[in-house]
Design a protein around this ligand. Structure first.
Ligand code: XMP
Ligand code: MG
Length: 175
């Protein structure tokens, strides 16, 4: 696609990573696991990942919006909440990318406060240079530089989520 400057991770590479992460997750838990996808970006990655988790899992989704505003604390609003109760459950949050970390640090706290037995994070990508708050992500696919990426669930103005790869968006698109 001409709007994509370069491809960072192909479908094959992402699928291979899902095998790796799924294997680790399967080894780390022994029973039921509640896998929570963050809409909409996590959907393609989560679809691939859960096929590689060899455990009795339940899936659920949350939708959140974040406003950075003028403070570094940010603000996160829950637009769609979980269907299942997390009390006493092992919860794995699945996300497309960790940027400032505000979304996931907030969600982790919310789920812990609701009485989950454990809360861990599995993110396809992370941009460590952009971090404002610490996020303890146990499972991470790839570390990237501070470049705006799209595809495999990630968007620019809601477009490009369907690309079967993660790529860097050409500057000409947002100039
Ligand atoms: P935090 O709270 O960690 O938010 O800042 C993470 C969310 O920010 C979005 N994000 C991106 N989306 N390309 C995208 O398409 C990017 O390079 C990018 N960086 C951050 C994304 O929605 C993620 O869930
Ligand atoms: Mg997102």
């Amino acid at each position: 696609m001409k709007e994509i400057e370069s491809i960072l991770y192909t479908e094959e590479v992402i699928k291979e990573k899902c095998y790796e992460l799924g294997k680790k997750i399967s080894e780390d838990y022994s029973g039921e696991l509640l896998v929570v996808g963050i809409l909409k970006g996590a959907v393609p990655f989560m679809a691939e990942l859960i096929k590689r988790i060899d455990l009795p899992i339940i899936i659920d989704f949350m939708d959140v919006s974040s406003y950075e505003g003028t403070t570094t604390s940010g603000e996160v609003r829950i637009l769609k909440d979980l269907e299942f109760r997390v009390e006493g459950r092992d919860v794995l949050i699945v996300e497309d990318i960790i940027d400032t970390g505000l979304t996931l640090s907030y969600l982790t706290e919310v789920i812990k406060k609701r009485g989950a037995k454990s809360v861990e994070i599995c993110s396809m990508l992370t941009k460590p240079k952009r971090r404002k708050v610490y996020v303890n992500a146990k499972y991470v696919g790839f570390e990237i530089d501070d470049k705006f990426v799209v595809g495999y669930g990630m968007d620019y103005n809601e477009k490009y989520r369907n690309l079967p790869y993660v790529g860097i968006l050409s500057e000409s698109v947002y100039k």
